[in-house]
Design a protein around this ligand. Structure first.
Ligand code: CTP
Ligand code: MG
Length: 227
């Protein structure tokens, strides 16, 4: 029996509409290099990760400018949604992975991921029957609006976590869970819909998703502070 391997799958085929730049945000420079290169480097350097796959959109010319990283391959099979990009990536690697290999799906737009977080996630999840994800406990007081910009209710935050990535599940189970779910924004929700409970592993605010123009400055501060 061979031990399961740990594979990184990075969906990077979005357009970055909320960032509002002409170039998709993951290819725009951040702290000295295209944003996506930060996580490609982190995974490629990780002694725990066996292979890295990046799902890109075949239409983008920016891909040609990315350098080669060891054990890393681009998959030109981006889909219309994040969910579809991940499904296409999982299908593209089906022949080269084992059904029980762990896949760590990580957003190209979270450049703050580091080796300690990868190590922690793997340590907590590798023996879990379902899988798990990095997430952070919500710190703000949360309001539910009436739909018209007025607070209707304060939602107790004790059990609320904000999901991050990587989200780590076994290849075959992940592919089948994603294929049988409609419109989900992360991997874990596909398992939740089947009544399963992915493990929540505390991540870090530094691993936030660069989404709005204001986020770039904060991401650069974090990345420069780390270098
Ligand atoms: N993604 C993808 N394929 C898509 C949409 C998104 O691979 N069709 C990827 C993005 O490239 C990103 C990650 O999924 O790395 C998280 O998505 P998000 O931050 O929402 O990026 P975009 O969808 O590009 O941005 P926006 O929602 O603002 O358009
Ligand atoms: Mg999106």
């Amino acid at each position: 029996m061979t031990l399961p391997r740990f594979i990184a799958l990075i969906p990077a085929a979005g357009v970055g509409s909320r960032m509002g730049t002409a170039m998709p945000k993951q290819y725009a420079p951040l702290a000295g290099k295209p944003m996506i290169q930060h996580v490609m480097q982190t995974f490629s350097d990780s002694p725990l990760i066996d292979a890295v796959y990046v799902v890109v959109n075949r239409r983008y010319e920016y891909i040609a400018r990315l350098p080669d990283f060891p054990r890393t391959r681009l998959l030109r099979c981006g889909g219309e949604t994040r969910q579809q990009s991940v499904i296409n990536g999982l299908r593209a690697i089906e022949a080269e992975v084992d059904v029980d290999d762990w896949v760590l799906v990580h957003d190209a737009a979270r450049p703050g991921l580091d080796h300690d977080l990868i190590e922690k996630l793997i340590a907590f999840v590798r023996d879990d029957p379902v899988g798990g994800l990095l997430a952070v406990p919500v710190v703000d007081t949360i309001k539910r609006s009436d739909g018209h910009s007025h607070a209707e209710q304060t939602v107790p935050r004790e059990q609320l976590w904000a999901a991050q990535t990587p989200q780590m599940f076994r290849h075959a189970q992940l592919l089948s869970a994603l294929q049988s779910s409609q419109s989900i924004t992360d991997e874990a929700s596909a398992f939740e819909r089947m009544g399963l409970k992915p493990r929540l592993v505390e991540g870090s605010p530094r691993n936030f998703k660069v989404t709005l123009p204001e986020d770039r400055l904060l991401a650069e501060l974090y990345l420069k502070g780390r270098a």
